[in-house]
Design a protein around this ligand. Structure first.
Ligand code: FAD
Ligand code: MLT
Ligand code: ZN
Length: 455
């Protein structure tokens, strides 16, 4: 316990004693990530309850030369939300205000600490929806989703988080507040700071509030779980699915992952049996898409289907896909490699990655799933120790060699910073560093994320 730390006294003066944590037992949950692969000790955890408090806390930290790790729901998967050693964790979950829904503009303002589930419930009450959805919805926060430019299940239709963000309020490392919350759909007055903060992973500013675009709630929504003979057949099916009106999701998983989910979660067997490659497909629209979808699914390459259009049935079908993350976590500490490939190279990558992992990590479990429509595969490997990076190296190099990205949606964090140069040229990295140094010259915000400290 640090009981005579002047920084703790200064933070306490800003937010009050109940919102500064220094006792190890109280800080423990803020110090380890969701996968348990990434952890470190915090100097303190501070929980500001308003933008002005965020600004004052950042000024206190700057004066003390203390680095800050912003944290939302701590569901991030690349180690960027937890301390590496000695930083102040700034938890934003108390910034949980929600504005009235503007139904004419289809917009809402949300505090950074609002969870995705809270946002969804709030806008649903006004007859609108939100374009990004993901399985961590009960914990992931709006601020964290902006900071990671979260993708999720409906990118195919609505884009990732950046496409939903019309404006932000954020506090820079020196405590100054940048605010663009007017919700103007058109506003080309200089650099797009809101867009820049999407995917900035807590390294440029602390996001405190966000102005979000909303989407219609369609009267008809249908979900299908579909078996196919393999990834090639699934990719052929994807081509035909693109003609189905209102296509929102085409998610992929494989028989071994589906069986793992069944074994670890208590869900029953997949209704399409042990098909080698299984898809979760969702369409929604003004007209019922069931017949159009059914026509495509009755074509070649489909070995079985289960379809639901009631909320309970749809949730059950989604569960086989959504519960992969927790099922893999129950095997051990995963190496999570979230890669994007050009669709034309996806099958070749998937065929090559399994032997590539086996070559460097014999006996390891490899479970793959992802967002097929976005060319995004999640390659999860359990077996190698957390600090053994051989498997990360093999998979990320393979993705780059196939013309892909080393991070489709989870970010770089600390997990992938070693490989940033695989898919970003030196001039590109220099431009990013210049932005970082301009906005955070003291390198106080999330040091170690994107680049190792000292680089
Ligand atoms: P945190 O984990 O707390 O933080 C993530 C990063 O954002 C860190 O670098 C942190 O410093 C920074 N940050 C957090 N809040 C702020 C803020 N207010 N200001 C500035 N920086 C901040 N991700 C996807 O993209 N798609 C998915 O489908 C998906 N599914 C998931 C399913 C499960 C079961 C789990 C556990 C995770 C999943 N994720 C997914 C990853 C994760 O949920 C997202 O990255 C999410 O956006 C993180 O939000 P968070 O509030 O938990 O952020
Ligand atoms: C997913 O799509 O399931 C998420 O990105 C989480 C994960 O990769 O585990
Ligand atoms: Zn994902």
């Amino acid at each position: 316990v640090i009981d005579s730390d002047p920084l703790v006294d200064a933070l306490t003066a800003v937010v009050g004693p109940t919102h500064v944590l220094t006792e190890p037992g109280m800080m423990a949950g803020f110090e380890v990530d969701w996968t348990r692969r990434w952890r470190g000790r915090a100097r303190a955890v501070v929980r500001p309850g308003a933008t002005a408090e965020v600004a004052s806390c950042l000024r206190c930290c700057a004066d003390a030369g203390a680095a800050v790790v912003p944290q939302g729901g701590n569901t991030g998967l690349v180690g960027g939300s937890v301390p590496r050693g000695g930083e102040v964790v700034m938890s934003l979950t108390r910034l949980d205000g929600l504005g009235d829904v503007d139904r004419a503009a289809a917009q809402v303002s949300a505090g950074a600490g609002v969870t995705l589930a809270q946002l969804q419930a709030h806008v649903a009450a006004a007859g609108l929806g939100f374009g990004v959805d993901l399985a961590a919805r009960d914990s992931a926060t709006v601020g964290g989703m902006v900071a990671t430019n979260a993708g999720g299940l409906h990118v195919l239709r609505h884009g990732a988080m950046r496409a939903q963000v019309l404006g932000v309020e954020a506090v820079l490392a020196d405590g100054s507040v940048v605010r663009r919350m007017d919700g103007l759909v058109k506003d080309n007055s200089g650099y797009d700071l809101a867009g820049l903060l999407c995917g900035s992973e807590g390294t440029l500013a602390v996001v405190t509030e966000v102005r979000l675009r909303l989407v219609p709630v369609w009267p008809h929504r249908v979900t299908a779980l579909v078996g196919t003979g393999g990834l090639d057949a699934a990719l052929d099916l994807l081509v035909r699915l693109r003609s189905v009106p209102g296509l929102e999701a085409v998610e992929v998983m494989f028989a071994d992952g589906v069986e793992l989910v069944r074994a670890e979660t208590g869900l029953g067997p997949s209704p399409v049996g042990p098909a080698p490659c299984q898809l979760v497909i969702e369409c929604a629209g003004l007209e019922d898409p069931t017949d159009a979808l059914g026509t495509v699914l009755s074509g070649p390459g489909v070995t079985g289907t289960a379809v639901a259009s009631d909320p309970g049935g749809r949730t059950r079908l989604w569960a086989w896909r959504e519960r992969h993350t927790e099922a893999v976590n129950s095997l051990g500490v995963p190496h999570k490699l979230d890669v994007a490939l050009p669709l034309g190279r996806l099958a070749a990558f998937e065929a090559a990655v399994r032997p590539a992992v086996a070559a460097v990590a014999p006996g390891a479990a490899i479970v793959i799933w992802g967002h097929l429509g976005d060319g995004n595969l999640h390659v999860n490997v359990v077996g190698p120790p957390a600090d053994d990076e051989a498997v990360d190296d093999a998979v990320l190099r393979l993705a780059a060699a196939h013309g892909g990205s080393i991070s489709a949606e989870h970010g770089i964090g600390v997990a992938k910073r070693r490989w940033l140069g695989l898919t970003r040229a030196p001039a590109d990295v220099s431009a990013m560093r210049a932005i970082k140094d301009a906005l955070d010259p003291g390198r106080m915000l999330n040091p170690g994320v994107l680049w190792a400290v000292g680089q």
